[in-house]
Design a protein around this ligand. Structure first.
Ligand code: ADP
Ligand code: MG
Length: 366
């Protein structure tokens, strides 16, 4: 086995897909490791499904190459690829039972004899925690169980790569959260590479080893959940993944570890480790939970501290959410855990403060 095969299962090199004037996927490159849970995340219309279907062999790229296990697969039809696709519409056969649904594909292709097929159906059913459900009708199953039948039906083909296109999209919130945990567990158990498409950032953060955030056919950032959330590289990523405060400014001073950014009537300290690119004009992202607010009388040693007034306080259960207007009229969104003790109210004068490293410097272009 060559080194390529060990370190990547799927690779896209400079892949573009156009439909007339529409650029559905715009020159993307990425590498997915064997056994990785890799998500394509982005708003509707950003090119996720098109990307997934090009990997699966249902759509041909206009330009660029797709590799599976180190081999170019351009032009190889879907059924000859080592991939399997699970749709949002599960497309289970309602008139067949669970066993028949899962055995259908291998039987049509005469892949194994009866006994071997039966053994394998039972094996994948155990894998998705549906052992003993062979004779159940599809209508007798809950949404989550149907979901697992669809996964089992894909897994029985032993694909190297399972492609999932918003498979939990039709489930209600509670079931979706359960299935996220469940799916991740199944993936870890079988060790199959998953490429998972979703527009739901929480879902991607929960399940993925790595995430590619897509916008308008391009990849804005690839990283672990933690990297994408804590160190977004662009405004789009910062805004799409959770709430944030964005402040435009100009770099006016650089020291070894610290950068000073002149914003609208405020100077912000940021750590230079977060600096990428060479331009002077930047934006700074500060997550609401990284900002502390205290009564204006309190003293603070934080690198960034600004006087302001509480405009609104919203009780959200586990957190309290504040809108704070600073003296320069800038509004900050602040989140505090709902601890016992002092609670600030609308109209209170406060200090809003955060650490240097909580100022994340973003690239200046949109
Ligand atoms: P997503 O899955 O992220 O919602 P898609 O990959 O389905 O996005 O679509 C990306 C863009 O390409 C959209 O603007 C969509 O309208 C366009 N598109 C997708 N398929 C076709 C097609 N067959 N013909 C024309 N435009 C398409
Ligand atoms: Mg889609």
């Amino acid at each position: 086995m060559g080194d390529d095969q060990v370190t990547r299962d799927v690779e896209l090199r400079d892949v573009t897909k156009t439909y007339g004037d529409i650029v559905a996927v715009d020159n993307i490159s990425l590498r997915i490791k064997p056994g990785e849970f890799f998500s394509l995340l982005g708003p509707s219309g950003c090119g996720k499904t098109t990307t997934l279907r090009m990997v699966g062999g249902f759509i041909d790229p206009t330009e660029g190459d797709i590799y599976i296990k180190g081999r170019v697969v351009n032009g190889v039809p879907a059924y000859k690829r080592d991939t399997n696709l699970v749709f949002q519409q599960l497309a289970l056969f309602p008139h067949m039972d669970v066993y028949e649904n899962i055995a259908f594909g291998p039987e049509v292709r005469k892949r194994w004899n009866r006994k071997e097929t039966s053994r394998r159906v039972r094996e994948v059913l155990n894998l998705v925690d549906l052992g003993g459900f062979e004779d159940r009708r599809i209508q007798q199953l809950s949404g989550g169980q149907q979901q697992r039948v669809a996964i089992a039906r894909a897994l029985i083909n032993e694909p190297s790569v399972l492609l999932l296109d918003e498979p939990l999209g039709s489930l209600d919130l509670k079931l979706r959260l359960q299935m996220q945990i469940e799916l991740k567990r199944i993936q870890q158990r079988v060790g199959t590479t998953f490429i998972y498409v979703t527009h739901d950032q929480g879902e991607a953060l929960t399940m993925s080893d790595r995430i590619a955030v897509m916008n308008k056919g391009r990849i804005e950032q690839i990283g672990t959940s933690e990297e994408i959330y804590s160190r977004p590289r662009t405004r789009f990523v910062a805004r799409f993944i959770g709430d944030t405060n964005l402040i435009d400014g100009e770099i006016v001073h650089k020291e070894r570890d610290t950068v000073t950014v002149q914003g609208p009537g405020m100077r912000i300290a940021a750590s230079s480790g977060a600096l990428n690119g060479s331009g002077r004009m930047v934006a700074i992202s500060i997550r609401p939970e990284k900002i502390a607010i205290e009564p204006a009388s309190a003293s603070t040693s934080a690198a960034n501290c600004f006087r302001g007034r509480v405009k609104t306080m919203t009780f959200m259960g586990s957190v309290l959410r504040y809108e704070v207007v600073l003296e320069n009229d800038l509004e900050l969104l602040v989140e505090e855990p709902n601890h016992e003790g002092l609670r600030l109210r609308e109209g209170d004068e406060v200090n809003a403060s955060w650490a240097e490293e909580s100022s994340v410097i973003l690239r200046d272009e949109e």
